[in-house]
Write a protein that binds this ligand. Sequence first.
Ligand code: S3P
Length: 443
Amino acid sequence: MPRQARAACPVRVLIEPAERIKGRLAAPADKSISHRAAIFAAMADEPVLITNYLEAADTLSTLAAIEQLGALVERRSEGLMIRGVGLRNAQTPAQPIDVGNAGTLIRLLPGWLAGQDGSIFQLDGDESIRRRPVDRIAEPLRLMGASIEATDKRFPPLTVEGARLHGIDYTLPVASAQVKSCIALAALLAEGSTTITEAVASRDHTERLMVNAGVKISRAGNELTIYPTDELTLPERIEIPSDPSSAAFAIAAAVLVPGSRLLVEDCSVNWTRSGFIKIAKRMGAVIITDLEERPRDGVIAPQEPVSEIDVTAGPLKPTTVSADEVPLAVDELPLVALMACFAEGQTCIEGAAELRLKESDRISAVVTALTNLGADAEATEDGLIVDGHGSLRGGQVDAAGDHRIAMLGVVAGLASQEGVEVVGVEAAAVSYPNFLEEIAALR
Ligand code: S3P
């Protein structure tokens, strides 16, 4: 099948140290919510208009996937009009579904497909996807009644044979919003209710969309219960807020480059995504914003809250990031490690073994990148340790096909003493296609 491969000739860019970061940023739309909104719209009977959908490689893969499954995607000036197929009518595509580099797509979509009784679906992706474990979703979907095949029972390509599903009680072995969401989607088509127990909270966009779609869903402590339904009744219009994980790159640059002042416009401040801002503030960063509070037990807020984020550069101190904070900042931990280089003293990130299973092994990738730039960084089994000395020399960072490592290299360059050459910067397009231009406009 045609698979997206890493660019044969990686693009190199030299990022000179910035004098300051100044201005306003409208960060791109949230990747996690975009994937989910498109999948929910595909599962609905009535058309849904999605405004501010993320037009990046990962989320374009999701649009292509839902089109293969029979949804119609129409581009209008105000947004994407998606006409779904209904919960139980996904068509069997003529070709395998190509998820590209999108881990969220290959983990979430099988939840819906597993409930398509009698239909078979194949999913595959690029070389990085073929290294990302899917046994974490295969196991619960099998317990619900579907047949799932994967290479070595663990890696894509993945074959999902839909069946009549039944609800399960399942304790997540890893704190993963992708796994939680996959099971939750399958639960919509199952007989009986499904209860998912998560020891540590993770992003809750699927739960919020379910509330908006009229699904019966409740939370008690760390148990989430979802009841099946015949139909999703989504609002006519879903607006996607800006992505805090994308905004975090410019925020880190503004924290690190002396004399900076950055205003991020209407960004998601969902409490399950605010870990990075909290850690940065603990390190001494001056960030003014209105983060959502963790809700009372049992309440799932339907809205995705947004706020301005006002950032000023300032001196940093080291910190320890603990396992329960990891899912709330999982994609921003490379930036925490970078900021730690500029603090005086030791920063530890603990309980983050999941980082090894991202688009790259992000523990090794971050340690290699920062060490190449002159930092004192060391990998542990489940995290990393950085001894900060107040500055970073500069050098070269190889993105190795990982969008967040490419953008980490750019931010490191802005804050470094001598600049950074980023090799493979084009990887940023997976989540943030205009990253270089938007960062350049802030200099
Ligand atoms: C995501 C969840 C996280 C995150 C990923 C997006 C999601 O993965 O790293 O970029 O949209 O649910 P895990 O759920 O595997 O931790």
